[in-house]
Design a protein around this ligand. Sequence first.
Ligand code: DQA
Length: 148
Amino acid sequence: MGFKILLLNGPNLNMLGIRDPAVYGTDSLETIVKDLKQYAAERNVELRDFQSNHEGAIVDAIHDAYKWADGIVLNAGALTHYSIALRDAIAAVKLPVVEAHLSNVHAREEFRHKSVIAPVCLGVCAGFGRWSYFAGLQALLWNLENKK
Ligand code: DQA
């Protein structure tokens, strides 16, 4: 096996497909995760996934990833905009993290323009719907490849 990556989704992302489909699309999280796992497997990458609506559980998953993962693709949902705990967790583990959003947060309400996690992330993929996850994963893999 090649790299091991954690796909981490925060609050309300379990509601994909039902929640505001005009903004977030009609695919469920399960479908996206299944397709992303296939994309990963084709590249010899082990992709594990976790979703929680609870900030502490997301922090725990980041701490746990320190023990096994090479990097994280993270859609933190609304936590993106205010969770200093999440930012500190990312900074603590020093793993490369790609911030992903289905929607273009900069084209939406002003409170979504600010990401408190962006300064401790490798980069951001936003606005490409389900493809933000794929682009984020691919960018993370390129980063890891170039470090070898
Ligand atoms: C989101 C954007 C956030 O502002 C929002 O709170 C979400 C989803 C996205 O994927 O576009 O829950 O992270």
